[in-house]
Design a protein around this ligand. Structure first.
Ligand code: FE2
Ligand code: FE2
Length: 482
């Protein structure tokens, strides 16, 4: 039988990494476990820790094996350590070590760099659970509540995935990092999470759907780049995580599609032709399309900051070291070393945004950001079809990369969502047209009234087209009383 193909469910921690025979790492994880559960009880879904939730648990790593559904209380969820199967004779696909056998142990010279990559990735996982912890209380349906909790437990598992690598390969340093991952808190003044977007609030369900559409997609891009890693355990870990990430983006994109669909339907029924007639649309109890666009502007710009600075020596070093590749590195047709090649990057030059050719190695963040934008544009494309079919002259889109940025070349620049640089006064005057203002947020908050009856759905979102695991529309996905 192939290494890793059997998942051991007998111990405390389900795994396919042979924990049974690895007393040192098993002890480290078992020592970490109570702190994790404390964190989950404090910072996980507020008010639903005793509820029975119809969740999918990974019980195998093959496509059939991991879709096992059943009712679980979240604190009793079997968070496991699951790596994709090893590929025989895998070699490093890029950088200085291209062509050498993939590493099964951490190369000493890259230890610090690799640890940093794991910690940054690991820190995002619990952060999103913290950001989403109040949303159960305002869930628009039990179906949506269940999807939220599924995403949450999987983000918890992703934390386990990174903690395993830290504890297995980084000894004492790794154990300290694993503790610190439980100590930082999203939005906390003194010990915030490491990256900006993970310290923002997720106050309403439209935010949740946009977060999972766009910010989880940043996760997908980062994991895809790390899945190329020459450090084989990281590659295998990320390959399995990517299968879960796809579901998070489905929840997001589908959620927004249902919001857009419901808005269009309500407008048509009321005979409203102009999507910009915000007051009349809101009076129907649905979210106007211009507000959906503002929320897209916000979430996309926050997410773009996660890709870091346009020109980055850290990214160049991680690539040359063979630790972090490009998106679909193995499908790219070039020398995979990038010593002499260039890449086009948008830069601010004498007050205008211009494309510049820069050394490709230093522009790897940008390349990943461009791949993200290409991938993310599928969301608006799909949502626009719904608007078009309903006959409204309105299109959703991604904002320009220069809009509302805090990191990199365009940080603090007063550019509008089309990428036009406005004089300061004009930008301040127009800002409320581009981003949700207080009135918008109050409106959304007012809409977020829970619908916890089986088979029912809040009025601002269309019911799902199909259930989870083939269940009918009336299925009680969450038994709130437990
Ligand atoms: Fe994740
Ligand atoms: Fe995710």
């Amino acid at each position: 039988m192939q290494e890793g193909s059997v998942v051991d469910y007998d111990g405390l921690i389900p795994n396919n990494v042979g924990l049974k025979d690895d007393a040192r790492v098993r002890r480290a994880l078992e020592t970490w476990h109570p702190g994790y559960i404390d964190w989950w009880m404090d910072m996980g879904p507020d008010g639903f820790q005793d509820a029975l939730v119809y969740l999918r648990t990974a019980v195998g790593i093959d496509p059939e094996g991991w879709a096992k559904f059943g009712f679980v209380r979240m604190p009793e969820y079997r968070w496991g350590i699951l790596l994709a199967l090893p590929q025989a004779d895998r070699t490093i696909a890029f950088g200085h070590h291209k062509g050498e056998p993939a590493w099964q142990e951490v190369p000493g010279e890259y230890r610090a760099m690799l640890r940093r990559l794991l910690v940054i990735q690991g820190d995002t996982e619990p952060a999103s659970v913290e950001q989403q912890r109040h949303l159960g209380r305002t869930a628009p349906s039990l179906y949506d509540m269940r999807n939220l909790f599924q995403v949450n437990v999987e983000e918890g598992r992703h934390l386990w995935a990174m903690v395993y690598l830290l504890q297995k390969y980084f000894g004492r340093d790794g154990r300290e990092e694993a503790e610190a991952l439980l100590e930082r808190r999203s939005g906390h003044q003194d010990r915030p999470r490491m990256l900006g977007a993970f310290n923002e609030a997720t106050p309403d369900w439209l935010s949740f759907f946009l977060f999972t559409t766009f910010t989880d997609r940043d996760g997908k891009m980062q994991l895809a780049a790390l899945a190329q890693s020459g450090f084989d355990p990281l590659s295998r870990t990320c390959r399995f995580m990517l299968t879960e990430e796809a579901h998070h983006m489905f929840v997001g994109e589908n959620g927004v599609a249902r919001v857009v669909g419901r808005t269009c339907e309500a407008m048509r029924q009321a005979g409203i032709d102009d999507p910009a007639d915000v007051e009349r649309v809101r009076a129907l109890g649905v979210i106007d399309l211009p507000l959906i666009q503002k929320k897209i502007n916000l979430h996309v710009s926050l997410t773009l900051d996660l890709f870091g600075a346009e020109i980055s020596t850290n990214a160049a070093n991680a690539f040359s070291a063979g630790l972090k590749g490009r998106y679909r590195e193995d499908k790219i047709d070039d020398d995979h070393r990038l010593v002499d090649s260039t890449y086009p990057v948008l830069r601010l030059e004498d007050g205008t945004i211009r494309e510049q050719q820069v050394p490709a190695l230093s522009a790897l963040n940008m390349r990943l950001r461009d791949d993200f934008i290409a991938d993310a544009s599928g969301g608006p494309r799909r949502w626009n079809k719904i608007i078009e079919e309903a006959g409204f002259p309105f299109r959703l889109g991604l904002p320009h990369v220069a809009f509302n940025r805090r990191i990199g070349e365009f940080a603090g620049l007063g550019a509008d969502p089309a990428g036009r640089i406005l004089p300061d006064a004009a930008f301040i005057a127009e800002r409320e047209k581009f981003l949700p203002n207080d009135a918008d947020n109050r409106f959304l908050e007012g809409l977020m009234r829970p619908e916890h009856r089986p088979g029912q759905c809040a009025g601002w979102i269309a019911p799902p087209k199909s259930g989870v695991g083939g269940k009918p529309g009336t299925f009680e996905y969450v038994r709130i009383e437990g």
